[in-house]
Design a binder for this molecule. Structure first.
Ligand code: ADP
Ligand code: MG
Length: 143
C-alpha cells in the first residue's frame, strides 16, 4: 500500500482546530484515525476541530472518563480516549468501526487498532514554536 504523508506546523490551539476542521472534509464513515502524541500535545483539540468542521458546535469534553463519545454529525463520529486502558477489549469499539468516523486517542493501548493496516495516523509532536503534526494516510484504492 502507498501512503500520503503530510507535515503541518501548528503554532497555536486555533491553528490545531483549523487543521482538524480542514482534514474532516476528506474523511468518511468507516475511516479510522489514530491520534498519537504526549499528554497535552493537542489530540483532543484536533478532535474539536474535526467536529467543528462537521458542524458540531457544542463543547467537546475529553472522553478520558467515559472512554467513548458519539456525535451524530454527518458522518457520525466516535471519539475515544484509551489512556486509562490496558486493552480495548470489552469497550465495544468494534460496533462503530464500519459506521462512524472513528477518532482514537492513545491507540497504543489497543495493539489490534494500532496494527490496522488501513488506518490514518495523526502524530503530534512538540516543537520550540508549537506543534508539528504528521498525517499519514493510505492512498485511496481505485474502485
Ligand atoms: P491532548 O488531548 O493531546 O492531551 P489537549 O488537546 O487536551 O491535548 O490539550 C492541548 C493543550 O495545549 C491545550 O491546553 C492547548 O491550549 C495547548 N496548546 C498550546 N499550543 C498548542 C498547539 N499548537 N496546538 C494544540 N494545542 C496547543
Ligand atoms: Mg486528550
Amino acid at each position: 500500500m502507498n501512503y500520503m504523508i503530510e507535515i503541518f506546523e501548528v503554532p497555536d490551539e486555533n491553528a490545531m482546530r483549523d487543521l482538524g476542521a480542514s482534514l474532516s472534509a476528506r474523511w468518511r464513515a468507516g475511516d479510522l484515525v489514530l491520534l498519537m502524541g504526549d499528554l497535552g500535545a493537542g489530540k483532543t483539540t484536533f478532535v474539536r476541530g474535526v467536529l467543528n468542521g462537521l458542524g458540531h458546535i457544542e463543547p467537546v469534553r475529553s472522553p478520558t472518563f467515559n472512554i467513548l463519545q458519539i456525535f451524530e454529525t454527518n458522518p457520525p463520529v466516535l471519539h475515544a480516549d484509551l489512556y486509562r486502558l490496558t486493552s480495548s477489549a470489552g469497550i465495544g469499539l468494534e460496533d462503530y468501526l464500519e459506521t462512524h468516523l472513528c477518532l482514537i486517542e492513545w491507540p497504543e493501548r489497543a495493539p489490534e487498532l494500532a496494527a490496522a493496516g488501513n488506518a490514518i495516523s495523526v502524530e503530534i509532536e512538540f516543537t520550540e514554536t508549537g506543534r508539528s503534526v504528521r498525517v499519514t494516510q493510505p492512498d485511496q484504492e481505485i474502485q
